[in-house]
Design a binder for this molecule. Structure first.
Ligand code: PGA
Length: 248
């Protein structure tokens, strides 16, 4: 499976800084896209500028939202609809990121509703799962991930419209990375579990996320069932982000 290198820019950057970042990435992609697919997920406020920069450079980089509303449209102040993401040129949307689960109290049912709405409008959902530090310490990481998979994937999910991102919460933005063996075991477990509710589970991409850098990407992505990465901090520097793709 071709690896997907996805940048989650989170709530960072000015329009000018973002324009410089996408220009540097677009310039550096070159022939790397023959071995990896590229995706960037800028803040909603910068989607249009990034879309225009990608189009202007004719760069093979896809665009995604960092979240979406589970509602169609109307009186939902502050929300961004799937139709708006599509209108801005997105093909992907991240749902259920641990920061949404943690700071906005998003539960599995809402994540599933958002993913279903994304599918309805033709977007690919990147559904995030992952255990907290105390859950891993007490040996519950598989139970947590299994339950998130069961409850966050809507009935509409297929390998074509859904990607799983395994992101252990304790590894996000902390500099602590899961070991290649932790990643290999969890990704194999996820692949096995997906078989329970998907006909095409073998084709579904499973990304790893959590303190991925150019220095550790090679060993993290080497394992079977690791089909790319969801990159936070390191995606804000073009050379790091491209270095991750080169190592993949
Ligand atoms: P990080 O974030 O690479 O900064 O750990 C990953 C993510 O939250 O998607």
């Amino acid at each position: 499976m071709k690896k997907l290198i996805a940048g989650n820019w989170k709530m960072n950057g000015t329009e000018a800084a973002t324009a410089a970042l996408i220009a540097d990435i677009a310039r550096g992609v070159g022939r790397l896209h023959e071995v990896c697919d590229f995706l960037v997920c800028p803040p909603a406020a910068h989607l249009k500028a990034v879309r225009d920069a990608i189009r202007g450079a004719s760069a093979p980089i896809a665009l995604g939202g960092q979240d979406c509303s589970a509602y169609e449209n109307g009186a939902y102040t502050g929300e961004i609809s799937v139709a708006m993401l599509v209108d801005m040129g997105c093909n992907y949307v991240i749902v259920g990121h641990s920061e949404r689960r943690q700071y906005h109290n998003e539960k599995d049912a809402l994540v599933a509703a958002k993913a279903a709405k994304a599918h309805e409008k033709g977007l690919i959902s990147i559904i995030c799962v992952g255990e907290k530090e105390e859950e891993r310490e007490s040996g519950f990481e598989r139970d947590v991930v299994e339950s998130q998979l069961q409850q966050s994937l809507p009935k509409s999910a297929t390998a074509k419209n859904t990607i799983i991102a395994y992101e252990p919460v304790w590894a996000i933005g902390t500099g602590k990375t899961a070991t290649p063996e932790d990643v290999r075991l969890m990704h194999r477990f996820i692949r096995e579990k997906l078989k329970d509710f998907l006909a095409d589970s073998a084709q579904m991409r499973i990304l790893y996320g959590g303190s991925v850098k150019a220095e550790n990407a090679g060993e993290l992505f080497a394992a079977e069932n690791v089909d790319g990465g969801l990159i936070g901090g390191a995606s804000l520097k073009a050379d790091q982000f491209l270095g991750i793709a080169r190592a993949a």
